[in-house]
Design a protein around this ligand. Structure first.
Ligand code: PMP
Length: 281
């Protein structure tokens, strides 16, 4: 398996990063995940724009202009140029003696890998979720590699037989550990506002645009934990999750636990069509 490390294409087993890399010591890095579908990155520009925004938010200077050409080199080396695949991009603040202060004139470390990945046409397997206190920090808008809070909550979900944990911050549902959260109540779609308590998913933005284009009313408004029982439908969104209906949150079940509700189904259909023709109004 080939990876790109800085300027070099290497076998994964031979690609080496210093033990003093700040990504390793501090989790001082940001990342992005996107998928190539039918020879183009699905909303690739939006993903790269978000990477640029994450880099800015953590004051990490990294030259992004050569990234597209590096992506092409990696896909070429892995034989994935025309294949559906998943691309992972990570930039850390590089290698320096361990001090909290940002090092001066240190080259960032870039790691990219691509693996074959086929998205199901529609994610029609409703999933089960469990709520957890949102013990993460207050800058969840940064797509950073320090994901201990997210992986701990996800581990709790898995250990208890669920697919995802949904964070509850001060009585309001924010997002999943690796997905955004939506509810539907009497035809109105709800999702947490894109503030510093969630990662503003590219898929989340696509779903909101699909709502606008198809006259599906929505509000960017958090749902309170006590109101989960009053919701008709719930679903998760993400680049690899796409749109996954939630069949159960804690003890509350939606739609007899077997099929997505009508609004979720409609959005899944619209998302499926968008993948064939990725243009929004
Ligand atoms: N929230 C979190 C915490 C995530 O890690 C992700 C990415 N998997 C998302 C939301 C969804 O973002 P996107 O739609 O851009 O994949």
């Amino acid at each position: 398996e080939k990876v790109l490390l800085n300027d070099a294409i290497l076998n994964a087993s031979e690609a080496k990063v210093s033990v003093f890399d700040r990504g390793f010591l501090f989790g001082d890095g940001v990342y992005e995940v996107m998928v190539q579908l039918d020879n183009r990155f699905f909303f690739g520009k939006e993903h790269l724009d978000r990477l640029e925004s994450s880099l800015k938010k953590v004051r990490l200077s990294f030259e992004l202009s050569t990234l597209p050409q590096k992506i092409d080199r990696l896909l070429d080396a892995t034989g994935l140029t025309t294949e559906d695949c998943l691309l992972y991009i990570q930039v850390t603040r590089g290698t320096a003696p361990r001090k909290h202060a940002f090092p001066k004139d240190t080259a960032p470390t870039l790691l990219m890998y691509a693996v074959p990945f086929v998205l199901p046409e529609v994610n029609n397997k409703p999933v089960s979720a469990v709520t957890r206190p949102d013990f993460r920090w207050h800058r969840c808008d940064i797509k950073m590699t320090s994901l201990l809070g997210n992986v701990m909550a996800n581990d709790f979900a898995i250990q208890n037989g669920h697919y995802e944990a949904i964070f509850n911050r001060d009585g309001k549902m924010t997002e999943g550990t690796h997905s955004n959260l939506f509810f539907v109540n009497e035809g109105m779609v709800f999702t947490h506002p894109a503030d510093e308590h969630i990662l503003n998913g590219i898929t989340r933005e696509i779903v909101l645009q699909l709502c606008r284009d198809n006259n599906i009313p929505y509000r960017e408004e958090a749902i309170a934990f006590e109101r989960i029982n009053a919701m008709d439908e719930a679903f998760l969104t993400g680049t690899t999750t796409q749109i996954a209906a939630i069949r159960q949150i804690d003890d509350h079940t939606f739609y007899h636990r077997v099929e997505p509700g009508p609004v979720t189904k409609k959005l899944q259909q619209l998302f499926f069509e968008l993948k064939k023709n990725p243009i929004l109004h």
